[in-house]
Design a binder for this molecule. Structure first.
Ligand code: PLP
Ligand code: COI
Length: 360
């Protein structure tokens, strides 16, 4: 605990009735809690002026560096309420470590993991009435982010940086609930190249995915699949999720990292799959292996995973001029892994891997 956090409560918090109405159907990323966390950084003072204040708009000079050169990083995580009323986050140390790696890539300062976790815990504590009740699959989605806030148009690392945490109650990420996604394979756009920012969680990667996602939507698909930038041959990931392929012999393959965002859900699934006796291969996985494996029946299940999407089955893969149809139902292993993961997150089964962090 190294941050000295001041708390100025909101003068206009939502009423209990308003919170209840929002929590009944929160959607994703639409409603925000009553407060936000902020801390500033300069080379002279380091991190300073940590505070929790009323949620509200920022005032930024039009020359603020992040608006021009996108020097920013962010994280995505959730707080879960357990049956006994306690509130927990899932592997927050991993989000903190990933932000450290992302920030290194974006030439942003290091926020020590313990300060990151302290900031998240402090905001969740202040806005605890926004963590949905146990017994549903709702949660409080938490969005920590770091932005270059120096007003300066020269191209160099910002000398003023702001780290913030906001939170938003969340229901299902996909409106249709848990039904297999149809994916669109983009052969025109890529999201990362060698030496690029693919492994960092930074806004630019999402900005660059949007036109491909638009193409996917126009093709009647839910999400876009990206291939590697060098050869256009190997599966990387979706716009906001990692991928898994289940083989008839019980093996599970997930594309190797390097240019993809190394998901915290992805790494938890590796452990869960090992525990239930499956061999997990992290390796290059070609688009041909996907197409041929599904067509031949060698690949029996495909699923995507991430904090927002949890574990979501994948059905059909479409591309310009073709498609391969997968299952129209959630496969048994997809279902099992999804259930094991959410049972740990919601405290319904033992936390054998010590993934849960108690906030309240
Ligand atoms: N890949 C991308 C591009 C993402 O945005 C996300 C979501 O955060 C993931 C993968 C999954 O990562 P995690 O499981 O840590 O949420
Ligand atoms: C997350 O899963 O936390 C993400 O950041 C993905 C984003 C597309 C919502």
């Amino acid at each position: 605990m190294t941050l000295d956090i001041s708390i100025v409560p909101s003068a206009n918090p939502r009423t209990a009735a308003q919170v209840a109405e929002i929590l009944a159907d929160p959607g994703f990323g639409t409603y925000f809690t009553d407060h936000m966390f902020t801390v500033e950084w300069t080379p002279e003072k380091g991190w300073h002026d940590a505070r929790i204040t009323a949620y509200g708009p920022l005032t930024l000079d039009p020359a603020t560096a992040v608006l021009h050169y996108a020097q920013e990083t962010f994280e995505g995580m959730k707080a879960y309420r357990h049956e006994d009323g306690s509130v927990w986050t899932f592997r927050p140390d991993q989000n903190a470590e990933r932000m450290k790696r992302s920030s290194h890539r974006l030439a942003l300062p290091v926020l020590e993991p313990e300060d990151f976790v302290q900031a998240v815990d402090a905001l969740v504590a202040v806005d605890q009435r926004w963590v949905p009740e146990a017994g549903s699959e709702k949660s409080l989605y938490i969005r920590p982010f770091m932005i270059a806030t120096e007003a300066f148009l020269g191209v160099r690392p910002s000398q003023h940086v702001t780290f913030m945490v906001i939170a938003s109650p969340a229901g299902a990420y996909f409106k249709g609930g848990i039904k297999p996604l149809t994916l669109w394979l983009t052969e025109e756009y890529t999201r990362a190249g060698r030496g690029g920012m693919g492994a960092a969680k930074t806004g630019g990667n999402y900005a660059s995915s949007l036109v491909a996602q638009q193409e996917a939507t126009a093709q009647g698909c839910d999400q876009v699949v990206f291939l590697d930038g060098a050869e256009g041959k190997y599966v990387e990931e979706l716009g906001g999720m990692n991928m898994y392929f289940v083989f008839a012999d019980g093996r599970i393959v997930t594309p190797a990292t390097g240019t993809i965002l190394e998901g915290i859900t992805r790494s938890a699934i590796i452990e869960l799959a090992h525990q239930s006796g499956h061999k997990v291969e992290e390796r290059l996985f070609s688009i041909d292996e996907w197409r041929e494996g599904v067509a031949s029946g060698e690949i029996t299940e495909v699923f995507a995973c991430g904090t927002a999407a949890v574990v979501t089955p994948v059905g059909t893969l479409k591309w310009e001029g073709g498609e391969v149809q997968g299952s129209t139902e959630t496969g048994p292993l997809t279902q099992q892994i999804r259930q094991s993961l959410i049972d740990i997150q919601y405290g319904r089964s033992a936390d054998e891997f010590h993934w849960m962090h108690r906030v309240l």
